[in-house]
Design a protein around this ligand. Structure first.
Ligand code: PGA
Length: 241
């Protein structure tokens, strides 16, 4: 595991964007796995600037997102479909048909999950997966007491996640209680992982992920076994290391 420290959020975002850009330069038709949340927002802004300055070209890139809330439609501003289109896709030249996000309103959820795995395999697997981390150590929506062998599946959200994500909704009871998420197996099959962490609220999860024992209570701890993982950590998130 490589650890890259950053002095502040802007530096973390720039370094993460540089890593993603390097992947696209090396392999213009690469498959990226992307994440939502507050943490990668600065990285998306940096990548948009790079695109505008003609330093990166997304025309052959394929993107798979980690997760989507169950039952939220694509038009819902809290959906991850909306987040990705609004904050990233519409500002770059990625082809719409090359972007994949689980459909949270699919009527056959198991089939939707199986199809998502198939689509990833058909594209040759994920070259680089970008991850955030929850204060409870989750990656994607793989919550504590995770099954390390799961592929894309319907997950029940942890109370801590519902609480943390309620800041995006008008009230806590509006937060969906489940989501479709790539599983740990899906994530671990990516050829490279890049995990971003910002802020003191992530310090405990980062400490347990890097220094703790690998256990289902800390889903991100499995990353210790990944052969090509990089953590880009802002200094407050790294303070317990
Ligand atoms: P955040 O979420 O980036 O909004 O802190 C990260 C996560 O829950 O995985």
């Amino acid at each position: 595991m490589r650890i890259i420290l950053a002095d502040n959020y802007e530096e973390m975002s720039r370094k993460a964007a540089d890593i993603v850009r390097s992947q696209i330069v090396l392999k213009p038709d690469c498959v990226l796995g992307l994440a939502t949340g507050d943490t990668p927002m600065g990285m998306y802004q940096e990548l948009i600037k790079m695109y505008e300055n003609k330093e990166v070209d997304f025309s052959e890139v394929t993107i798979f997102n980690l997760d989507e809330y169950y039952s939220l439609s694509r038009e819902n501003p809290q959906s991850y479909y909306y987040y990705m289109h609004h904050n990233f896709f519409k500002h770059i030249n990625v082809k719409k048909e090359n972007t994949y996000i689980p459909n949270g309103t699919a009527t056959e959820i198991d089939e939707e999950c199986r199809n998502y795995e198939e689509q990833i395999k058909n594209k040759g697997g994920i070259d680089m997966q970008v991850l955030g981390i929850g204060a409870n150590g989750h990656i994607g929506f793989n919550e504590p007491d995770v099954n390390f062998e799961a592929e894309t599946h319907l997950v029940k959200l942890d109370e801590m996640t519902i609480e943390a994500n309620s800041r995006f909704f008008s009230s806590k009871d509006k937060v969906p209680t489940s989501a479709i998420s790539m599983g740990i197996k899906t994530i671990m099959q990516s050829r490279m992982l890049v995990l971003l962490a910002n802020g003191e609220s992530k310090a405990d999860a980062i400490y347990k992920t890097i220094k703790g024992k690998i256990c289902p209570e800390v889903p991100a701890s499995i990353i210790q076994l990944h052969p090509n993982a990089t953590m880009v950590i802002e200094k407050n998130a790294a303070k317990l290391l």
